[in-house]
Design a protein around this ligand. Sequence first.
Ligand SMILES: Nc1ncnc2c1ncn2[C@@H]1O[C@H](COP(=O)(O)OP(=O)(O)OP(=O)(O)O)[C@@H](O)[C@H]1O
Length: 242
Amino acid sequence: MIAMQDVQKHYGDLHVLKDINLSIPKGQVVVVLGPSGSGKSTLCRTINRLEPIDSGEILIEGEVLPAEGRDLARLRSDVGMVFQSFNLFAHKTILQNVTLGPTKVRKMNKADAQKRAIELLDRVGVASQKDKYPAQLSGGQQQRVAIARSLAMAPKVMLFDEPTSALDPEMVSEVLDVMVSLAREGMTMVVVTHEMGFARKAADRILFMADGELVEDTDPESFFSAPKSERARDFLSKILGH
Ligand SMILES: Nc1ncnc2c1ncn2[C@@H]1O[C@H](COP(=O)(O)OP(=O)(O)OP(=O)(O)O)[C@@H](O)[C@H]1O
């Protein structure tokens, strides 16, 4: 469960998040759409305090996220992230990359962590690469490892910012399907994506942002068939060409 209450953020003179209020219950898959520069990534990055906010409150599972300190680290470990850049540890194997968090942070025993890691690597189609190092994998394969690594922590909340940007088109829907099936096991998921097919098919809910505002918060069917705002209609006509 994520809650944002009266959240405001500026970058200098730019009011990048304008009075954001929303609540996302457990197990929901929320897709954030909007034109470039509308604040989608910033919204995602404030949820786990990778970016500070100016005012308002963000709660994860009912707990206010502090600006710093031990509680921030604990709450952050409940928030998995896959962003456009995925910093795998270069000197560790793929399997080690995926088991490190569960063994060090979650204190899972090594055999269980490895078993789970191999299952997840298999679900995203890279289990056969488990003994290689990141530099030996393609960008798309590394992105899939990053997804498995985040999921291995069994976070309560997952933030995905264009999680499939480095994947071959044929892998996109497969990987997104894996993410959604895991979300259905009880994770709250926020996905920033330009994959309209995924937004239509898998989202429980669409958040449409424009100029830092949350302009629409609705179900995919209503959003794609009858967007309420002029800005959403413009966005859809540019993206979908109608
Ligand atoms: N660290 C920063 N410092 C200053 N301005 C920033 C910073 N990060 C983002 N911005 C600006 O904030 C605005 C929102 O950026 P953000 O990345 O959240 O948009 P977005 O909707 O995710 O865009 P895109 O779809 O292009 O990734 C943009 O105008 C961007 O230039």
